[in-house]
Design a protein around this ligand. Sequence first.
Ligand SMILES: Cc1cc2nc3c(=O)[nH]c(=O)nc-3n(C[C@H](O)[C@H](O)[C@H](O)COP(=O)(O)O)c2cc1C
Length: 287
Amino acid sequence: MNYYDLAIRRKSTRSFKNKKVPAETLSQILNEAASCEKLVPDLQTEWKLLDEGIDKWIAGCAGYHGYMIDAPHYLLLLSADGPHDLENAGYAGEDIVLKLTQMGLATCWITILDPDGLKMLLRLDSPLKPAALIAFGYEKAPIGGSTRIDIKSPSDIHMKQRTGHIAPKLYVKESVYQASWGSPCDLSAWEPDSSLYRALIAACCAPSALNRQPYRFLMDKNFIYLACMKDELTTPSDARLNLGIVMLHFAMVISHQNTLHGQWELSVPETDYHLPEGAYIAGRFQI
Ligand SMILES: Cc1cc2nc3c(=O)[nH]c(=O)nc-3n(C[C@H](O)[C@H](O)[C@H](O)COP(=O)(O)O)c2cc1C
């Protein structure tokens, strides 16, 4: 899989064709899901495939303000409780989102507002709890066709707006600090097609709840740190899913471009990076 291209090509879709995905493709998706990337490999998880119509039952428990997206299929990730369970759900879920993108399918992450209510309404008999929900199917308008990023120079990357769907993203130069919060990072020395640069571009294209992207990167020595910012519009659960999603984009691109097979470290020694109030370091990746 070319994770870089997929990270750039992916976008959320809220308008699906009234057409089912063939049964053999659905079983291929479930097989892929069973072996998807994980941030916390030992944590027990299970994917469930839900069909059209559940949006009516579970409205109120999921979706922005309880408004569910009507799609022919949904994937629900159930997870055991544990440290970094939702970051892991974001990481695993986004791996599936990119795999679905590669298969030509459209996707949309859906906020889970009430995991217990959702579990009850879906009559799920499992000790695991709903952690991530993704709508998928065929998009009504054709997918793809337009380029999403516009690289003018290594330090000047812009997102191109696409007709019909506009979700502007962070620029790399605005999202990476050097060693201390707010200190700009000199990007001019970086090759635009270096694995680190491409991994940061992919990270800046990551989906986030309400497209808020409440995170930034800090470079310090041979590590890149991911800082999560306080954001009043993002629910605590979505904030942690967002982190897993952005970590997946970064890790997959840097690892696939490189021989380096790094891993996000989630328990990070405390260092004073002068973070704003309410922000914290969610993890670091050796580069
Ligand atoms: C954790 C999470 C929860 C989301 N919840 C919803 C949702 O409930 N309803 C919705 O329409 N979109 C939802 N989205 C999709 C975002 O609105 C979308 O990713 C964002 O606007 C950026 O657009 P893009 O995905 O096209 O880049 C969610 C995304 C994430 C990552």
